[in-house]
Ligand binder design. Structure first.
Ligand code: SF4
Length: 380
């Protein structure tokens, strides 16, 4: 079998199924990544969303015993929202990060990768493969870097010279001995715009992210959001794009070639207030297809409450008061109490918080009620 020719055929085929870039690397272990991951753990910078077994994260043969090569693909996504609805007093809106626009990229990329697997089966007969998109054992970014999809940038994203960093990554481990591609040059140079623009200093060094301080991570947690981040997330319901937006390599990059990635303005910039009382069923029907819904309804609702506080949206007060008293989830009751204090300066809400305090058992919620009360009293 002429694997160089097969590779060229595969590249052409991948373009016909909506893959924007395809490169191949060896199946050697990612040894330098191992040191970085150990350091990340030791410094407390991991998010906890990572694959739990370190050796599996760096050794492809633990995912596929006879692995010879890894195919890495990139699919570009849009960065600009046409016809974005306005966020106005009385009808404030939140915002989903660009990585959540359109249909969940895990599904979109898995679909492309399945077609590539099928192509290989037809061409080669016997071949073993393992697909990975984001949630697999290996780091998609480490694979893409070594395969030459792009360079591993100071903002920790893979930047492709052609498409910027607005690309989703996926890979397939194969038992086929394709000739590998070479990594490409790191073109960040002396730039450090992403590091300077990060509002929490989460990019602690070039290419080193403290995930715990990253606002994207903070929008995805399920518990109470630490106070220091609440004022920073603004109207963000899911994810954070600043470190990509400021990057010069993303200037004028806005990819709309894939129908599945097309953003629905009402979904990516939804009204905040209806989110607060949305049933699980409606949430699933409205947002279940988006990557940003992967942690369920609660983090999105918590972030919507924080966003309403950010806007000081008085029309939200009746709903927030209702949530404070009736919602079974402490995070929602407590965040509502905090938001009521941020929005209101009236005795009516002060009294409502005092009343809620008498019936509240949860210590964290009581703490948030106290904060809410002090915000109101500070304004007198
Ligand atoms: Fe690299 Fe500058 Fe882009 Fe950061 S903003 S990723 S330093 S080019």
């Amino acid at each position: 079998m002429d694997y160089e020719r097969l590779k060229q055929k595969l590249v052409v085929y991948s373009q016909s199924i909506g893959v924007d870039k395809l490169r191949i690397t060896t199946a050697d272990p990612f040894l330098s990544l191992k040191d970085r991951l150990i350091q990340q753990q030791e410094r407390g910078y991991a998010s906890g969303f990572e694959h739990p077994i370190l050796d599996e994260r760096v050794d492809p043969s633990l995912s596929l015993k006879e692995v010879r090569t890894i195919i890495s693909i990139a699919v570009a996504y849009p960065s600009k929202l046409a016809n974005a609805p306005k966020s106005e007093k009385g009808s404030r809106r939140g915002f989903f990060s660009r990585s959540s626009w359109g249909i969940d990229y895990h599904d979109v990329l898995n679909d492309r990768l399945k077609k590539i697997e099928q192509f290989l089966f037809v061409e080669c007969g016997t071949v073993e493969t393992v697909r990975m998109v984001d949630t697999g054992a290996l780091s998609d970014r480490a694979v893409a870097e070594r395969a030459g999809i792009g360079w591993s940038a100071k903002n920790t994203f893979i930047i492709t010279p052609e498409l910027g960093s607005y690309v989703f990554l996926g890979n397939i481990l194969t038992t086929l001995p394709f000739p590998p591609d070479e990594p490409i040059e790191d073109l960040c140079g002396s730039c450090q715009k992403c590091i300077d623009a990060c509002p929490t200093g989460a990019l602690v060094e070039p290419g080193v992210l403290n995930a715990q301080a990253c606002l994207s991570y903070q929008t995805q947690t399920k518990g109470f959001m630490p106070e220091e981040y609440r004022s920073k997330i603004g109207n963000h319901l899911y994810g954070w794009d600043t470190c990509q937006l400021v990057c010069p390599y993303n200037k004028n990059k806005d990819h709309h070639q894939h129908e599945e990635m097309k953003p629905d303005p009402e979904k990516v910039k939804p009204l905040l207030l209806p989110l607060l009382t949305m049933s699980n069923k409606t949430f699933k029907a409205e947002f279940g297809h988006m990557a940003g819904s992967w942690r369920g309804k609660k983090p999105i609702q918590r972030n919507a409450i924080i966003a309403l506080a950010h806007y000081k949206e008085e029309s939200a007060l009746p709903t927030l008061l209702d949530l404070l008293i009736k919602d079974p989830r402490p995070v929602i009751r407590g965040t509502s109490a905090w938001a009521i204090g941020k929005i209101s300066k009236s005795e009516k809400e002060e009294k409502a918080l005092e009343d809620a305090k008498k019936n509240e058992q949860d210590e964290n919620v009581l703490n948030e009620i106290e904060k809410g009360l002090s915000f109101i009293r500070e304004k007198k």
